[in-house]
Design a protein around this ligand. Structure first.
Ligand code: CDV
Length: 312
């Protein structure tokens, strides 16, 4: 019996700073209803789905910053999404800014939750690789202040038993790092879910701008193939508050091939029937980790952070 998970990759078009949570959640519910009509088991939304991508602005006032954060999940504003999930029997991945009291202090994370088909949270991930900078850099066309507004995720890269398989999550910049996929690969991951917000323009390296879509596919396709897993990448896309974000939402098989891809830069549902058993052949042969990996030769990966050139 194949293990089919029908997945809806729910690309979301621009969200304005003025848009209310209620308006955004209504868009997300509409995408979930489309997904249910197409027989989806799971809908994947982007990173920081509930608001505009606020790290593009420098803000000094913590109350202003905190308006972009959720203090509870679900909350009155997001409850309709959980209700729709239960009513439609469709699970989801949702990225949001999380504000939480932990160990006696206030923490802020770039977070995602995995919700099962009965509307219950079954997994949580907090972004580890926070790109950008911590101080205001006025020379940029726009800021990328994730290092200022969030702290580094403290949950590692866990893999959840869900949807009949092994499901992992990461967020945006995490997808560019092979370690992200490999840590999940070592937990036998079969499906990696990724939401992202990626501007076309990279202020410190504008020479990369023409390659944004290529690099997006490159990292996710190689992560899928090298770890024998399905990968679902979902964009917040289009011109958002004057900043152009790439689209390229796609579903990638363990072969490394893209099996479904968005064609717009707006709200768009991309659907594929994903057989988790398609992972098996690669996990048993080329990427049989137990047979072929040589961890004793990889110690630098965890011992050293930055690159050091050989002496001489
Ligand atoms: N939201 C992100 O993590 N964006 C980064 C950009 C800044 C490079 C990304 O890796 O897509």
């Amino acid at each position: 019996m194949p293990r089919i998970v029908t997945i809806g990759a729910a690309q979301v078009g621009p969200i304005a700073r003025q848009d209310s949570r209620q308006a955004v959640v209504a868009r997300l519910v509409a995408l979930m209803e489309q997904a249910a009509a197409k027989g989806c088991d799971l809908v994947v939304y982007p990173e920081l789905t509930l608001t505009t991508f606020f790290p593009r602005w420098f803000m000094a006032d913590q109350d202003e910053i905190d308006q972009f954060f959720e203090r509870a999940m679900p909350s009155p504003a997001t409850q309709p999404l959980f209700d729709a999930s239960k009513r439609l029997g469709v699970g989801f991945y949702l990225g949001y800014a999380e504000l939480i009291e932990e160990a006696g202090r206030t923490c802020r994370f770039n977070t995602t939750v995995l919700v099962d088909k009965s509307g219950g949270i079954v997994g949580k991930y907090r972004k580890v690789h926070l790109p950008g900078h911590a101080e205001h850099e006025p020379w940029r066309a726009f800021q990328h202040l994730e290092k200022r507004y969030f702290e580094i995720g403290n949950l590692g890269f866990g893999v959840n038993r869900a949807f009949g398989g092994n499901v992992g999550m990461c967020i945006c910049n995490d997808r560019r790092w092979p370690e992200t996929y490999r840590v999940m690969g070592l937990q036998d991951v079969e499906l990696v879910l990724i939401g992202y917000n990626t501007p076309y323009h990279n202020p410190p390296a504008p020479e990369h701008d023409r390659l944004g879509d290529f690099h997006n596919r490159l990292v996710m396709q190689s992560g899928a193939y090298q770890n024998a897993t399905w990968v679902v990448g979902v964009a917040k896309a289009g011109r958002e508050e004057g900043c152009d974000l790439i689209g390229g939402t796609c579903i990638i098989a363990p072969t490394g091939e893209i099996v479904a891809e968005a064609r717009s830069l707006d709200d768009e549902l991309v659907v594929a029937r994903c057989d988790l058993d398609d992972c098996v052949s690669y996990k048993r042969t080329t990427f049989n980790f137990g047979l072929h990996r040589q961890p004793q030769a990889y110690s630098l990966i965890v011992e050293r952070k930055g690159a050091v050139a050989p002496k001489g």
